[in-house]
Design a protein around this ligand. Structure first.
Ligand code: GRF
Length: 209
């Protein structure tokens, strides 16, 4: 299945996807990695794997919708059946989201619907949560609000800092994202009328791994 991956930063989730695909564990062809930041470290990871890269720098656009239109046009040239957001840190306009509805996934470092938005690890610690985690979801028009597919839980430990907690979450992200991408690429995962179907059955709650 042809896919395009969008990044903004380090790209460890991207690396996990590249590695799983290289091992033959994901039936995907990564047609391009696109970053909104010219110096995103993930671009180097893609180049090292021989994957085509592109930069669409959001700071060069006056409006969010101009940026989204350029991004959408760029993605469309690769004709992906799936768009994978892997640490892509831009809020997307409804037009953009509708265009890719049902074929765009995101990973978010919290147990959605809790802690949408940024700085989740810091906020989880401040709220004295005992459990935290990560969620893979279809992208909807609300920020971090689309239907959740799969989650992983991690404990919040005594003495955790945002960094130690974040590292524990990231490790789990690297397990659940390839799993969901595999389901989608195998045609087992579908979004229909706002509901997530896996192997023909609608999910009533997110799956937990
Ligand atoms: C991850 O925590 C992801 O959940 C969030 O941004 C971070 C990206 O990390 N959306 P990386 O660039 O994949 O290392």
């Amino acid at each position: 299945m042809p896919v395009v991956i969008l990044i903004s930063g380090t790209g460890t989730n991207l690396q996990t996807i590249i590695d799983a695909a290289a091992r033959g564990e994901l039936p995907i062809e990564i047609r391009a990695v696109i970053s909104n930041r010219p110096n995103a470290a993930g671009l180097q990871r893609a180049r090292a794997a021989g994957i085509h890269t592109a930069v669409i720098d959001h700071t060069t656009f006056t409006t969010r919708s101009d940026f989204d239109a350029a991004l959408r046009a760029s993605i469309d040239t690769y004709q992906p059946q799936l768009v994978i957001l892997a640490g892509f840190m831009r809020i997307l306009t409804p037009d953009f989201v509708h265009h890719f509805e049902g074929r765009m996934l995101n990973i978010h470092p919290s147990l959605l619907p809790k802690f949408r938005g940024i700085d989740t690890h810091t906020r989880v610690l401040a709220a004295h949560e005992r459990t935290h985690g990560a969620s893979v979801h279809f992208v909807g028009t609300e920020l971090d609000g689309g239907p959740v597919i799969l989650q992983a839980r991690v404990p919040v430990l005594e003495g955790d800092t945002p960094e130690t907690l974040g590292a524990r979450v990231l490790e789990r992200e690297h397990a659940i994202y390839p799993q969901v991408i595999r389901w989608f690429a195998q045609g087992r995962l579908v979004l229909r009328d706002g509901l997530v179907y896996l192997d023909g059955s609608a999910l009533t709650t997110p799956l937990l791994r």
